[in-house]
Design a protein around this ligand. Structure first.
Ligand code: XMP
Length: 216
């Protein structure tokens, strides 16, 4: 996946009109958006379809899929049917559940992102240290795309070591959560950024500043 300016917009507004206006205002700086539960639960799966139809963007659905295989299949099916290019799937649920999402992605000619470890402080309580094993499982399943945290660079770097340089890692936590874009991009291929852009008084100025800051 080619991510323009290495920035994936986390579109966590809960109003489709405001989301649309935001994306329009910064559309020349991005080509990839991430839609999660806030927008989808507020507006339905049409939020995915609307963006897919109006912008030539990569659309990642961050549904952190974490259920039994049969349910994961249904979630993935609905998500790809709505127009998503990829879906984020939790790794901690184990191989059968992850494989179920991969199988559906394959049917649609789409891909999954495997979530290894998370970026928020509470992630150290149960998930920390599990990322390498989850990454290994992803490699066994032939998965090319991963999510790993920018806020725990030691974890991100260790997960990169397991995956090798050819796998694609996207990394949340830059900006509001404290992650640094350049440090993160030493190990990750793209940054997921939400609040630092959509909560800014002027999102266009905010994204331009982030782009200027990126030197790698
Ligand atoms: P902010 O506003 O903090 O938004 O820039 C970050 C976005 O990324 C999501 N997020 C994660 N997604 N694994 C994920 O798959 C993570 O560890 C993780 N941490 C944050 C968050 O929901 C928001 O959309």
């Amino acid at each position: 996946m080619e991510v323009k300016n290495n920035i994936i917009l986390a579109l966590d507004l809960m109003d489709i009109i405001k989301s649309f206006e935001l994306v329009e205002s910064i559309s020349k700086y991005i080509n990839t958006i991430k839609i999660g539960y806030p927008l989808t639960l507020a507006e339905g799966l049409k939020s995915v379809t609307v963006f897919k139809e109006n912008f030539e963007f990569n659309t990642i659905c961050d549904y952190k899929v974490a259920d039994i295989p049969a349910t994961n299949e249904k979630i993935a099916d609905l998500t790809f049917k709505a127009g998503a290019d990829s879906i984020i799937v939790h790794g901690f649920v184990g191989k059968d559940s992850v494989a179920a999402s991969c199988d559906v992605a394959l049917e649609y000619g789409k891909e999954i992102f495997l979530l290894t470890e998370m970026s928020h402080p509470g992630a150290i309580q149960f998930l920390k240290g599990k990322g390498e094993k989850i990454a290994e499982m992803g490699l066994e399943l032939g998965i090319n795309n991963y999510v790993a945290p920018s806020t725990h660079l030691d974890r991100l770097s260790s997960i990169r070591s397991v995956l090798g340089k050819d796998k694609f890692i996207i990394s949340p936590g830059v900006g509001t959560q404290g992650g640094n874009p350049n440090d993160t991009l030493k190990y990750a291929d793209a940054l997921i950024i939400g609040r630092s852009i959509y909560n800014a008084e002027n999102p266009e100025i905010a994204i331009k500043e982030i782009i200027k800051e990126i030197t790698v």
